[in-house]
Write a protein that binds this ligand. Structure first.
Ligand code: COA
Length: 318
């Protein structure tokens, strides 16, 4: 079936940085409460930017880096653009179609948005792997982009402190060679614990039962990691990094204790960006690649979980 190779990554963040102290001027909270409960130090909020503009900027950065790294790559070889998002500029056209337009790919690319909340990036990777098998073109642009600030209720201090805006893009290629890229995704219909009303609803905002979501998250991560390791015949000894959706440092801290001796492998950057939903795994991958931490031959596990409820995990060989 071929394996997915990460060719290059890119990211885009709004200019406006919002610290916990800034948030405490809007709602009754404090830097100390937010950081202790979540690990979050700051987030970015769109002003001039939008979900679409961030997606385009991140895509362009990934493409520019790919052009330097991969002599075979050409923008016209991209057959598929998937944007994982729940906060696109329009109900339609999709953000992915607007990315295609910005890249000059009018008429030559399949493009669609994918709604799986914070699992969206992983769902998109699994979609890409399956679809690229069907296509002549073997490159796909996978983007997670979110402008969640427009979906926050700034009267709900338990929820509004948790989220931020941002985008991350990963250019992937389906290669016909030995290697590992296994992804599996699941859902469990639930519109009680984590929900946001959709198109046409006035004042749509994210509503969440924090403790129920916390319990779901730790269970979903543990189950997903164990399942993909079992399916690929690997164990934690073989894994160099575990990249979880960055919702909350306490969720990751809780899970990593169950993998004694491997705690250091659980990457965390939620402090820098807060929860950027579909963008967070891509942002983590971009940080890992750009800091030189991810090297050829390494194996990583990525895990998404979120509204739906949805969860999805994959093992990849870099
Ligand atoms: N600042 C200060 N106090 C706050 C607060 C804030 N931002 N938000 C809530 N509080 C208060 C509550 O009012 C409550 O006060 P009380 O004891 O006087 O009633 C107290 O803090 C505890 O509230 P609780 O909701 O029980 O907090 P918690 O320990 O469950 O932490 C979350 C709340 C949201 C941080 C936690 O439930 C969580 O991380 N859940 C997972 C959320 C998540 O990651 N979702 C996305 C998944 S994709």
């Amino acid at each position: 079936m071929g394996i997915l190779k990460f060719v290059a990554t890119g990211k885009a963040l709004p200019k406006k940085i919002v610290t916990n102290d800034d948030i405490s001027k809007i709602v009754d909270t404090s830097d100390e409460w937010i950081e202790t409960r979540t690990g979050i130090k700051k987030r970015y909020f769109c002003e001039e930017e939008s979900c679409n503009s961030l997606a385009i900027e991140a895509a362009k950065e990934a493409i520019n880096r790919a052009l330097q790294k991969d002599s075979e790559f050409d923008v016209l070889k991209i057959g598929l653009i998937i944007v994982a998002t729940t906060s696109g500029n329009y109900a339609f056209p999709s953000t992915a179609c607007m990315v295609g337009k910005a890249l000059g790919l009018k008429g030559s690319v399949m493009a669609y948005d994918l709604s799986a909340a914070c699992s969206g990036f992983m769902y998109a990777l699994q979609n890409a792997k399956a679809l690229l098998n069907e296509m002549d073109k073997k490159y796909a642009l996978i983007i997670g982009s979110e402008e969640l600030s427009k979906l926050l209720d700034f009267n709900d201090r338990t929820t509004c402190v948790l989220f931020g805006d941002g985008a991350a893009a990963t250019l992937v290629k389906l290669e016909d060679r030995e290697g590992i890229s296994y992804i599996s995704s699941f859902s469990d219909g639930n519109d009680e614990d984590l929900v946001c009303e959709g198109v046409g609803e006035e004042n749509s905002s994210i509503k969440m039962k924090g403790q129920a979501v916390f319990k779901f998250a730790v269970k979903a991560i543990k189950q997903s990691v164990d399942e993909v390791l079992l399916k690929t015949g690997l164990d934690m000894e073989d894994i160099d990094y575990v990249v979880c959706h960055q919702a909350n440092a306490r969720i990751i801290d809780f899970v990593k204790k169950t993998y004694e001796g491997h705690e250091e492998k659980f990457y965390q950057n939620v402090g820098e960006y807060a929860n950027t939903s579909a963008a967070s795994i891509g942002l983590a991958l971009d940080d890992l690649f750009e800091s030189g931490k991810l090297k050829k031959g390494m194996k990583i596990v990525c895990v998404g979980f979120g509204a739906g409820l949805t969860w999805s995990a994959g093992v990849f060989e870099i």
